[in-house]
Ligand binder design. Sequence first.
Ligand code: TEU
Length: 544
Amino acid sequence: MKRTWWKEAVVYQVYWRSFYDTDGDGIGDLQGVIEKLDYIKELGVDVIWLNPCYDSPDVDNGYDIRDYYSIMEKAGTFALWQQLLAEVHKRGMKLIMDLVVNHTSDEHSWFVESRSSKSNPKRDYYIWKDAKAGAPPNNWRSYFTPSAWEYDETTDAYYFHSFAVEQPDLNWENPNVRKEIYQMMRFWLDQGIDGFRLDAIALLAKPNGFPDAENPDDIRYLTNNPGIHKFLREMNEEVLCHYDILTVGEAAFVTPKEGLLYVGEDRDELHTIFHFEICDEMPKWDMLRFKEIQQRWYQGLWGKGWNSQFLNNHDHTRQVSRYGNDREYRIESAKLLATMIHTLPGTPYIYQGEEIGMTAVYFPSIEEYKDIAVKNKYTEEVAKGGSPKEVLETLRPLARDNSRTPMQWDDSGNAGFTKGEPWIQVNPNYTEINVEKDLADSNSVLAFYKQLIQLRKQHPVMVYGEYQDVSDGDLHIYAYARTWEDVCWLIVLNHSDCDRSFSVPKEYRNPDKLLLANYPETSFANPLDTILLRPHEARIYAFQ
Ligand code: TEU
């Protein structure tokens, strides 16, 4: 298997608007990211993924781009962004930017022109259809609205949007659109960035002929359509292959077999992808399903393509709340989930705040929620007759705002995030959960993440080791081996609130050492017949 820097890297995702505010406007900024780079560097990570900071009206927190070539005023200036890039490189880290090219803002000049008249040269930069008997062209919904079509009076036609009304989809069938996008990508790569996280990239190709969907609510018809690989191969040929970069595609709803078409080393498309089977197929934590998904992706990609491992990001609620136990076992389960993500095959991603075990938030009313997705869904469900209280209860656990509350730096006002009024409320538990507290505790979640990241630097088995699930019948215990040359690791995880025992397969009963454990006082025994695991206990054994 080809060894590359991005396979060996750990990526840290900075949602800058919630990271650190230096000008007191209550919103994080690029200066704040610069001032916290030493903190990020000391984690030991290699790459920073920066969420979109291009000029935007901010309807969808920067994922509605108005000008690809300038920086959003809230974030800072282009010169400041250049300084951030230089400071990241000075510290020996790399920076990948979010590439949002499935759609733009409705305030982008291209769309302003496109909607102005049917004869405008930029009309076909977007997807316009005439009404069908006075109704939208088909029955598709979008991720954020009941219909994926918005009527525009000026030209008496509908335009298509996969997300918000304010995010019209670009028409990727138009070669002029693709040319403009490739030119913009080269601009940013020539600034010296180290790659892209490609937003909603599997949506670029639309279903041929825009037929009605059998089940409009099953939104998978929007993604992974024929033609997507033609676009990605052209993008690779025109742009990506000319740079030594990391490209990670957000590819919702693809299976391992389909995923390989995006990241196969012989495909000349992308390097790796975030799949979403864990989030989409598992509305609630189900260890058995998780193991099956991991097995499928290992068999589908290993040796042919590269996977990415994550459990949360700015779109998915805090992992310790969704998959762990953020009450009695917050610290243990935060460490357990980290151990899993960092020892499974693929590049691990850390979403800001997970390294101190930040949790989901509980806002009492819809007013405190800021995300267009959750607010639109709330309006939609209440309009359908849902009781506001019940609708909020349903939406609350998976609302994207759970992961967008400000980074908790210390126990001072607003968790040290801002001296102003924060754009979104700080999680009230910041007095207990914050960076300053974790830095002072050698048994903290933060200290544990640093140990895990260090292990990756010292042990190629973590990156290139073959994977084998060696779990026994207990659905709550996940045990697997990683093997590389003459090195073998056994990872054993108890995903439950109870004590459980794991009977060790005979070939793993004589480890040389207990490499890492998430309970400080864990004794090492050899031979190992049965391991008694405490709630949310994780162990890594090494066999030299
Ligand atoms: O998210 C894309 C998106 O919403 C879907 O892929 C969904 O996340 C997936 O199916 C998992 O359920 C990206 C950005 O991450 C998000 O913040 C933006 O709102 C969205 O695109 C539009 O740009």
